[in-house]
Design a protein around this ligand. Structure first.
Ligand SMILES: [Fe+2]
Length: 274
């Protein structure tokens, strides 16, 4: 396979027409038979891949120069989702105008071409897939949530958590990073559940409060900042299930890697993949 075909497999799985802003082929390659893959794969892993004889490196967290424009993706995807869950268009628009600028400011000073420059120097094919994997992970978790809701009229947060623990990546999460209820109690009614995985970056407090105002009862997230957890506890209206960053990222990325393996490519999983 070549890198274009590898990326196309990911886009087809995620039902996307084009490579999102947070995904890229930094170095193209042909005749790829072995891939070293991980959540975070930088300069050290690129040179390790060369040393060990791999002919491509694939990563989930794709730090590349065009992330300087990630604000567009975050604003667009978060807007679509907020409106889908009932947030008024005027509220979603105003919140995300601010968010777009904040994301641009966040990435403006980052060293985004560091690892790609090493890949170019080594001539090592280098692929990064962020949103395609996050969408696949989000859909897998949404499907499990739908199962709970079809089995029980008013599921609790614990019911949802138990169902999600049937996903291998969550069952095998390392000690200290297990899925957990960070806001609410095991007996709390889940209410309307939203899975917040895709969209480039996690939602911020004002966005989450807008979802609550629109009727969302439980957030399922990969990770959450401590001050947002504190604020949502004080707000005392919603529940939050934090499923773990590496496990959640692995669910979607593993689907892509499995599809490459099905085409005969050897994939070795390191760099945070579960
Ligand atoms: Fe991530």
């Amino acid at each position: 396979m070549n890198t274009q075909e590898m990326v196309q497999i990911a886009l087809d799985l995620a039902k996307l027409d084009e490579l999102p802003m947070d995904s890229a082929i930094s170095v193209e390659g042909e005749n790829i038979t072995s891939v070293l893959a991980g959540i975070d794969m930088g300069a050290a892993e690129l040179s390790l891949a060369r040393q060990l004889g791999y002919d491509c490196v694939a990563r989930h967290h794709n730090m590349v120069p065009r992330l300087g424009k990630l604000g567009d993706l975050v604003a667009h995807d978060h807007y679509e989702k907020m409106v889908k869950y009932g947030v008024p268009v005027n509220v979603a628009q105003k919140l995300l105008e601010h968010r777009k600028r904040a994301v641009e400011i966040m990435f403006h000073g980052s060293n985004l071409d560091g690892a790609p420059s090493v890949a170019r120097l080594l001539g090592m094919p280098y692929v990064g897939l962020h949103t395609p994997a996050d969408l696949l992970g989000e859909r897998a978790v949404e499907a499990k949530v739908a199962e709970v809701c079809s089995e029980k009229e008013n599921p609790t947060v614990q019911d949802v958590l138990d169902k999600l623990l049937t996903i291998r990546e969550y069952a095998q999460a390392p000690e200290g990073q297990k899925p957990a209820i960070w806001v609410g109690e095991p007996t709390s009614y889940a209410g309307k559940v939203i899975v917040e995985f895709a969209g480039g970056l996690a939602g911020e407090l004002d966005e989450l409060k807008a979802y609550i105002d629109a009727g969302v009862g439980t957030f399922i997230c990969m990770h959450m900042d401590g001050d947002i957890v504190k604020a949502l506890r004080e707000d005392n209206r919603c529940n939050v299930l934090v499923m773990g960053h590496m496990s959640s990222d692995s669910i979607g990325f593993n689907q892509i890697l499995d599809a490459w393996e099905a085409k005969g490519v050897k994939v070795t999983r390191v760099g945070g993949l579960i």
